[in-house]
Write a protein that binds this ligand. Structure first.
Ligand code: GLU
Length: 498
């Protein structure tokens, strides 16, 4: 009876920067594959390059993965496994599958330059492969530092079946003998990966196509270590809207940048799952866990995916509108705080919190990212109108506008009196609507209606000709602030002789 192996996937980020969207998609696809096949997912931090790696990046990557809703079953850190790699490399030395290379960095640099100048591909020329035992012993005795190089057989064809791209083959000639342990004792990327993939019993290696040439080297290493090959699958790159590789030029590229701008984790995970893959039947809005029965590695597209910010914004908007007003307010408050629109004390103030909730209700439909909320709200927290737009001034010049504003102010003041001048009393949207209707009725005889009625009201409390529905604006500002602003506007008309 054949015993079915439990599929084991791994996600192996190098902590040399924040989590990039491309790497996040690799993580997500590994998660989807592992979970849909009821397998295991291993998180492996590839931090053997001590100069470029940092624990801060590791923390931020892990934080971002968790934020995206991903989880894993085992965790390893390569920097804690150096002895294991060294042991395996010395084993290959003993078996004559590798050799010590004593070449100095200068020699290697010169070699590279001369090969480059001659228009040849740069690769090691095999000098130290020819050293005999006595020469090696002598250099060791003299304390010459050495690296360990893997012996690549000449003229071998390396072929593998990629689950996404089909059969791929390479000639070993293009590889050259490559380093597996550097002179400082740390493993090269390719060697550490193979030792780990073998040790961790990885059955599937799913990663970006930038690793395809590494796969050729890794297959040779797997074979020399006598282990079974995992299955390989390489995704296409993610391109920016102009067709070039996605980079900083295209705007945000790391998960933490998107998070800071106010993309929701659910929306980002949903969008990333759609890069090079789709559950079919036009289904576009889903959580990764909802489509486990549909996910299949072989259905991932070979063609590059284009990162489409408009689509991400559209998806983000959908998830934003799925939240309750209260949840959204909680999510938007950090932006109001960091923009200094409110302070920490404000979050404990009922009136301010009420204002925020009213703002959410008014602006929810317009939010692409949570950060937009501060832009919409910042004027509402000021006592005064900072400036009148030129279109607003045109409205204020109309004779009819003056009549509207006088009436508006009178009504606001009488409401304010009936509130007993109590700033804590809430003036809601319905009351705002009634108030506007009343101005309309009062001015019926003067035939002021439509735009001539609404525009001056809007301008007198916002300084602008566009914005959310008027009753909402009035309610967010509250009676007291509306009175201040209309008075300010009447003053402005007078002072500027409009
Ligand atoms: N550490 C590699 C990287 O961040 C990934 C290695 C792999 O998936 O084999 O690109």
């Amino acid at each position: 009876m054949e015993i079915k192996k439990i599929p084991r996937f791994r996600f192996a980020p190098s902590p040399t920067g924040g989590l990039h969207v491309g790497t996040a998609r690799t993580a997500l696809f590994n998660w989807l594959a592992a979970r849909s096949m009821k397998g295991k997912l291993i998180l492996r931090i590839e931090d053997t390059d001590a100069k470029r790696s940092s624990i801060a990046y590791e923390k931020s990557i892990i934080g971002d993965l968790k934020w995206l809703g991903l989880d894993w079953d085992e965790f390893y850190r390569q920097s804690e496994r150096i002895k294991i790699y060294q042991k395996r490399a010395f084993q290959l030395l003993d078996e004559d599958k590798a050799y010590r290379c004593f070449c100095s960095p200068e020699r290697l640099e010169n070699l590279k330059e001369s090969q480059y100048a001659a228009g040849k591909m740069s690769q090691y020329d095999g000098l130290c492969r020819k050293l005999d035992n006595t020469e090696v012993e002598k250099k060791l005795k003299d304390g010459v530092p050495f690296a360990i190089r893997f012996k690549v057989a000449d003229d071998t064809e390396i072929t593998f079946h990629d689950l996404i791209r089909g059969d791929i083959s390479f000639s070993s000639e293009v590889l050259g003998d490559f380093i597996i342990i550097k002179s400082d004792g740390t493993p090269s990327y390719n060697f550490a990966v193979v030792v780990d993939d073998e040790d961790m019993k990885i059955t599937h290696v799913l990663r970006g196509e930038d690793h395809i040439t590494n796969t050729a080297r890794q297959i040779l290493l797997f074979e020399s270590l006598g282990s079974d090959l995992p299955s390989f699958a390489h995704f296409s790159m993610i391109l920016g809207s102009d067709g070039s590789k996605l980079s900083k030029r295209h705007g945000a590229t790391t998960i933490s940048q998107f998070r800071e701008e106010g993309y929701l984790a659910e929306a980002l995970a949903n969008y990333l799952s759609l890069l090079s893959w789709a559950p079919g039947e036009g289904q576009e809005i889903f959580g990764p866990a909802d489509i486990l029965d549909k996910f299949n590695i072989s259905h991932i597209s070979k063609s590059p995916a284009t990162f489409d910010v408009d689509k991400l914004n559209w998806i983000n908007g959908i998830y934003i509108r799925k939240k309750s007003d209260k949840e959204l307010a909680e999510l938007c408050i950090p932006y109001l705080l960091s923009e200094k629109i409110i302070d920490k004390k404000g979050t404990e103030n009922e009136k301010i919190m009420g204002k925020i909730l009213k703002g959410i209700n008014a602006f929810k439909d317009n939010l692409k990212v949570l950060g937009d909320f501060s832009l919409y709200m910042k004027d509402f927290f000021k006592e005064k109108i900072m400036e009148y737009s030129s279109e607003a001034e045109e409205i204020l010049k109309l004779e009819s506008s003056k009549a509207v504003l006088k009436n508006f102010l009178e009504l606001l003041e009488s409401e304010w009196k009936s509130f007993d001048n109590n700033p804590d009393m809430d003036f809601n949207e319905d009351q705002g609507k009634k108030l506007i209707n009343k101005i309309g009725e009062n001015l019926k005889d003067l035939k002021i209606k439509g735009k001539y009625l609404y525009m001056p009201i809007r301008v007198s409390i916002t300084g602008k000709t566009h914005g959310p529905e008027l009753p909402k604006v009035i309610s967010i500002l509250g009676l007291e602030n509306c009175i201040q602003r209309v008075s300010q506007t009447l003053e402005y008309i007078k002072n500027n002789k409009l």
